[in-house]
Design a protein around this ligand. Structure first.
Ligand code: IPD
Ligand code: CA
Length: 273
């Protein structure tokens, strides 16, 4: 495959994120939205699918050869050298309930050789490294971007993680995913941390939590059971803003446990991972 320019990939994914965010924004936050599927702890909207189609159309027009791993569908070779990783709407439940805290997340992953790092089988997502990423919040009109090896930016300005190193001063966000098992896994972490940090925040959009850590609004974000499309772009943006992104795939359907943090607070947060 022809090498993919990471900066061109970023420019195209910014365009795609803007288009999908504009579509989200056109649906008044207070309006009723068509629900395709609802389970106890999740909702899937018709708009999730429409946003992914719009994003794919833009990405395909410039990079027809690149595979897609998206929350609303997968296309192309799942082991390809490059793949787009798309969450068309992260924070769908917020969006569906009229809370303007949701975003678009698009990353470009590149296959890397990690065989020396693993004794047995390599978890499929560990064979990839994110090389470009964008997270766009259409309600605040904030766009976070990064290309591996270059500074992370928010609306074009360089960003940096916070310097807080003490839990007692920290703002820590937790994610509660969609299954009984993943919810139960997070409860002891909540119970322990809530007494030790300044505040816990449970905001409902993992991609936004990652970039909030990247620009110093939060000090750490922890979740068990998040999907790769929720955190791939935000993880790169965080690393390029000086933070730490620890993640392990816990099931083949691209489910991970993750700890995102500013660096200085990492040693105190790691026991919760
Ligand atoms: C969800 C949100 C939520 C997180 C879940 C995600 P979705 O993504 O990011 O905050 O806790 O794990 O699946 O379904 O809104 O795209
Ligand atoms: Ca989603």
């Amino acid at each position: 495959m022809k090498p993919v320019s990471h900066s061109q990939a970023l420019a195209t994914s910014m365009e795609a994120a803007l288009a999908a965010g504009t579509l989200m924004g056109r649906h008044r936050i207070s309006s009723r939205k068509k629900v395709n599927e609802a389970t106890q702890h999740d909702i899937k909207l018709e708009l999730d699918v429409r946003c992914q189609k719009l994003i794919e159309k833009t990405l395909r027009s410039r990079f027809p050869q690149v595979a897609v791993l998206g929350e609303e569908g997968i296309s192309g070779d799942p082991n390809a050298e490059y793949r787009w990783v798309i969450d068309p709407i992260d924070g769908t439940v917020n969006f569906a309930y009229g809370i303007p805290h949701a975003c678009v997340s698009i990353a470009l992953d590149r296959r890397i050789d990690v065989t020396s790092k693993f004794r047995g089988a390599v978890p499929p997502d560990a064979a990839y490294q994110t090389v470009a990423g964008v997270v766009y919040d259409p309600f605040c009109q904030e766009m976070w971007t990064a290309v591996r090896g270059q500074a992370a930016r928010l609306n074009g300005r360089r960003i940096h993680v916070s310097q807080r190193s003490e839990l007692k001063e920290a703002l820590v966000s937790l994610g509660f995913a969609k299954k009984r098992e993943t919810l139960n896994e997070m409860l002891p972490q909540f119970n322990h941390l809530v007494h030790r940090v300044r505040k816990i925040r449970i905001m409902g959009a993992a991609a936004l939590a990652m970039v909030y850590v990247a620009c110093g609004r939060l000090d750490a974000y922890l979740e068990y059971g998040v999907r790769w499309w929720d955190v791939s772009a935000g993880g790169l943006i965080l690393e390029m803003a000086g933070g730490d992104f620890t993640h392990d795939q816990i099931s083949p359907d691209h489910t991970h446990r993750i700890l995102a943090n500013n660096g200085p607070i990492g040693k105190r947060m790691r026991r919760y991972y």
